[in-house]
Design a protein around this ligand. Structure first.
Ligand code: HEC
Length: 152
């Protein structure tokens, strides 16, 4: 009986220690290490893709033709394209290739006046929020005059 008892205790200790050993080496500690390593790698990847998008943004700006720069500088191209100047832009406003000529017919004012006090709803909001200086307006009128000449 005594022998059996000792064997039992030894077997118990071996099983317990062995189980503990397997758990501690295959389990927690090494797993933590790998997870921090991967998240660091991901951080680096994120940084790299941020740089890529920044590069894309600046190359977009570079594709705006010189003649349309006044429009780009005043954010007009976020809503308007000017096809006859080769300027791509947003689609929420009409293409401005012919605006120099057709604004009077459409909105009852010459372009220059329209840009000071627009008679249409969206443009009233745009100009109110960001009034154009005389110089900016002249540059824009000049650019859109060229656009309409290109369009003939
Ligand atoms: C938030 C978008 C938005 C921005 C920014 C914007 N426009 Fe417009 N624009 C419009 C919309 C929409 C119209 C159509 C008429 C309306 O609803 O006001 C329009 C109409 C016009 C028209 C009349 C053209 C036509 O055929 O009816 C001109 C000219 C014009 N915009 C010039 C400009 C200029 C110059 C700028 C930059 C200073 C500019 N817009 C910025 C949205 C915009």
């Amino acid at each position: 009986m005594k022998k059996n008892g000792i064997i039992f205790v030894i077997a118990f200790l071996v099983a317990f220690a062995g189980g503990y050993f397997i758990f501690s080496s295959g389990g927690d500690a090494p797993e933590k290490d790998t997870s921090t390593a991967t998240s660091e790698k991901q951080d680096k990847k994120d940084d790299a893709s941020d740089e890529e998008t920044a590069k894309e943004d600046s190359s977009d700006e570079a594709t705006v033709p010189a003649e349309a720069e006044a429009l780009q500088a005043n954010n007009c191209l976020s809503c308007h394209a000017v096809e006859s100047l080769g300027a791509e832009g947003g689609a929420s406003g009409p293409d401005l290739s012919d605006a120099y000529k057709n604004v009077k017919g459409k909105h009852g004012k010459e372009l220059d006046e329209f840009l000071q006090e627009p008679t249409s709803q969206v443009m009233s909001g745009v100009i109110e929020g960001n009034p154009l200086s005389d110089e900016e307006r002249e540059q824009i009128v000049e650019a859109l005059k060229k656009a309409s000449e290109n369009n003939e």
